[in-house]
Write a protein that binds this ligand. Structure first.
Ligand code: ADP
Ligand code: MG
Length: 239
């Protein structure tokens, strides 16, 4: 995925001011930066939940900012996991995982359920298929949300602060699922405040501030020896 000179404004407020950014196949890129720096907006543009003001976003050679692009097809190729899990409360876990597969991928019930169960097993929740979201902990709900995204067989996964809404003791299980996904070679873009995860699992860390990429590089370099004063200042507050 390659983003070139991406701008996004909300009215007079220019939130992304010319972002150049790429994620290679199989790479895990962690995006860090202060609140309001445009991290979520960048992710949402990549998934076309937001309309970029200008710039291009190429995914496997297709410009997804082209008005001709089929947005449903883009979204089935790029899975997204949000801070708030966004599960359907009136559907059980299995139904949450099969709905989009049946609608967007036109899978039959048996195939959708088989794919769902495979991915529930992957996140360690095969035994909760019949539970409703409210009966699960936040960490379990987030793992269900990850399994739901994986059930679409995406080429790439976007995570927007997936552990920020969780009680501290539930964070580890979710990070472990993400670590395992990374090990399996999933291409991932992860907005996170979990610096330990960024350091250990990330192939690259990108620091954003004020709508621009300020600094990026290997996690050990960016987190351990930041070159830019803004990066240093941010890290001194979060580490
Ligand atoms: P981050 O995820 O880094 O905290 P965001 O991308 O959420 O930052 O927000 C960056 C800026 O964009 C903020 O000033 C926010 O108020 C503004 N913004 C985000 N989404 C919208 C929207 N839908 N309408 C208007 N302003 C928005
Ligand atoms: Mg955000």
């Amino acid at each position: 995925m390659e983003v070139k000179n991406l701008h996004k404004s909300f009215g007079d407020n220019e939130v992304l001011k010319g972002i150049d950014f790429h994620v290679n196949q199989g790479e895990v890129v962690c995006v860090i930066g202060p609140s309001g720096s445009g991290k979520s907006t960048l992710l949402r543009c990549v998934n076309r939940l937001e309309e970029p003001t200008s710039g291009t976003i190429m995914v496997e050679g297709t410009d997804i900012t082209d008005p001709e692009t089929d947005l449903d097809a883009v979204r089935t190729r790029i899975g997204m996991v949000f801070q708030q899990f966004n599960l359907f409360p009136h559907l059980n876990v299995l139904q949450n995982l099969t709905l989009a597969q049946r609608r967007a991928k036109k899978r039959g019930k048996a195939e959708a359920e088989e794919t769902a169960m495979k991915n529930l097993a992957k996140v360690g929740l095969a035994d909760r298929a019949k539970a409703f979201p409210a009966q699960l902990s936040g960490g379990q709900q987030q793992r269900v949300a990850i399994a739901r995204a994986l059930s679409m067989d995406p080429d790439m996964m976007l995570f927007d602060e997936p552990t920020s809404a969780l009680d501290p003791e539930l964070v580890g299980d979710v990070l472990e699922v993400m670590r395992q996904l990374a090990q399996e070679g999933m291409t991932m873009m992860v907005v996170t405040h979990e610096m330990g995860f960024a350091r250990e699992v990330g192939d690259r860390v990108v620091f954003m501030d004020g709508g621009v990429v300020v600094e990026q590089g290997a996690p050990a370099a960016v987190l351990g020896n930041p070159q830019n004063e803004r990066t240093r200042s941010f890290l001194s507050k979060v580490l």
